[in-house]
Write a protein that binds this ligand. Structure first.
Ligand SMILES: *Cc1c(COP(=O)(O)O)cnc(C)c1O
Length: 468
């Protein structure tokens, strides 16, 4: 190292602006983010510049330039980690993308109760403590035909709470064909263990008969349980015992029949042209003493788990100390009540509830939408990719009716060079957009299923930012 280099480094070090000078140049930032935060980002910047100079670089030390970078970092740090994305995966109820989108009525109700006190647990007539579930219980009863109902954090919590309340230290027979796993972290045998009850496996994987349940019943049996296979199907040489038969057997022995419905629809899916799914009301009518189902799967509401059925059993569940740990907050209760209310008017339901609106979109409409979008999308993505409209199949998602698909249409984007890395790079750029665009990579192409795209402009506005 010669002397000239040394002295130019010294000059650079000497020209580094002080923290105070930077702060003085950013009064707006200081008032918005606070003195401490801005100081800390400035300090980090100066440190980095010092390191660069020490390594022999000659960075720009202009105060305005440094302030611009500080501002950029402050904005970046301030960005919400949890933000909206465009779900073009073709899976309507995508657990990783937040499942059901709430209707306007529910969003308004959330905002209303979130920012001010409410009668959450206050009986306005009696002027004393009330029940937070009063806001949804009668609606659930009205829509399912159940005598009583309660609501918890999700369906996993509902199953756990029911088992822990009614079967602690006792036995629960379940068919070997129904020992389901949902998304890896929820498995019936493990939930049983955590609920402190003993799983008694009955029947075989493909066939379970009434006599299998009958021979499993003894003095330690707490209840009979049926789990709805919502994310797989046993096909071929199969047999399962219907709810009606099982309900009769349960009654003979004075045991409750509990059915975990999983998705739990409140309307007849077949009548909507969708794959058939048992409704909550059917299950109650078929003799289930308690049913459990999710609030954010086919129901289309907020994350929650519903328990409905016999009043004496629901009363016991409400008294379990675990209930307090699993209860719903006011925002979820407000949203759930609004979603349930929409079910009172089936004629307007499909239009108002995003989940059902998207599930029932017909493939012709989606194909027309794809044809209209093809050209502007191709233009925005650039000449390295070919964009075609092709037919595809959407999934309902969240383990709801997984073996059934819905005919749909998508924009199929393929790299002209046929190189996988080119496609992955595009998929990554789409995920980096302010409103990330999430598709699915299939057969060497990126498929954008348009079933859940309700406004074309939302997608185009994002794609326009790709070049910048
Ligand atoms: C989805 C599902 C659950 C879990 O419900 P969450 O609301 O996701 O907690 C439990 N049982 C069955 C059969 C399911 O399909």
């Amino acid at each position: 190292m010669n002397k000239v280099e040394l002295s130019s480094k010294d000059t650079l070090f000497r020209n580094l602006p002080g923290i105070d000078a930077l702060l003085q140049a950013m009064p707006y930032e200081v008032s918005r983010w606070g003195h401490e935060q801005v100081t800390s980002v400035c300090r980090g910047m100066i440190e980095e510049l010092r390191d660069q100079i020490a390594a022999g670089a000659e960075p720009d030390l202009d105060v305005v330039g440094i302030c611009a970078q500080v501002q950029q970092r402050l904005l970046l740090d301030d960005e919400a980690s949890l933000r909206p994305v465009l779900n073009l995966t073709g899976t309507v109820l995508h657990t990783n993308l937040g499942r059901a989108s709430l209707p306007r009525e529910a969003l308004d109700a959330v905002v209303t109760v979130a920012g001010q006190p409410s009668n959450l647990e206050f009986d306005l007539d009696a002027g004393k403590r009330g029940d937070r579930e009063s806001h949804v219980e009668s609606l659930v009863c009205e829509l399912t035909g159940a005598e009583a109902a309660t609501a918890v954090n999700n369906n996993a919590a509902a199953v756990l709470l029911v088992l822990n309340t009614l079967a602690m230290n006792r036995e629960v027979p379940v068919s070997r064909g129904e020992l389901v796993e949902i998304g890896g972290s929820f498995r019936i045998p493990e939930v049983m263990q955590r609920a402190n009850c003993t799983l008694v496996e009955v029947g075989a994987t493909n066939r379970t008969h009434l006599k299998d349940y009958r021979s499993a019943i003894n003095d330690d049996t707490a209840l009979l349980m049926k789990v709805h296979a919502s994310n797989y199907r046993v096909e071929g040489f199969t047999a399962e015992v219907s709810e009606r038969e099982l309900a009769e057997l349960a009654r003979e022995h004075g045991l409750p029949l509990v059915t975990d419905l999983g998705s739990g629809s409140l309307v007849d899916f077949a009548a909507l042209g969708l794959p058939a799914e048992p409704t909550a009301a059917e299950m109650i009518a078929n003799g289930a003493d308690l049913i459990t189902f999710s609030g954010d799967k086919l129901l289309g509401g907020p994350q929650s788990g519903l328990i409905a059925g016999r009043k004496d059993l629901v009363e016991q569940i409400k008294k379990n100390p675990l209930k307090r740990a699993l209860r719903l907050d006011k925002m979820t209760l407000a949203a759930l009540a609004e979603v349930l209310k929409l079910y009172r008017n089936p004629a307007a339901l499909l239009e108002k509830l995003p989940t059902l609106r998207q599930l029932t979109r017909n493939s012709e409409d989606i194909r027309t939408q794809a044809q209209n979008l093809r050209e502007p999308v191709a233009k925005a993505i650039g000449s390295s990719f070919a964009v075609e409209v092709i037919d595809c199949h959407s999934q309902i998602g969240s383990g709801a009716l997984p073996v059934e698909t819905l005919p749909s249409a998508c924009l199929c984007i393929s790299p002209i060079d046929g190189i996988d890395a080119t496609l992955r790079e595009l998929a990554a750029r789409l995920r980096q957009l302010p409103v990330p665009v999430i598709g699915r990579v299939q057969k060497g192409s990126l498929w954008l299923d348009l079933r859940c795209l309700e406004q074309d402009a939302t997608l185009l506005a994002q794609l326009e930012l790709l070049g910048s």
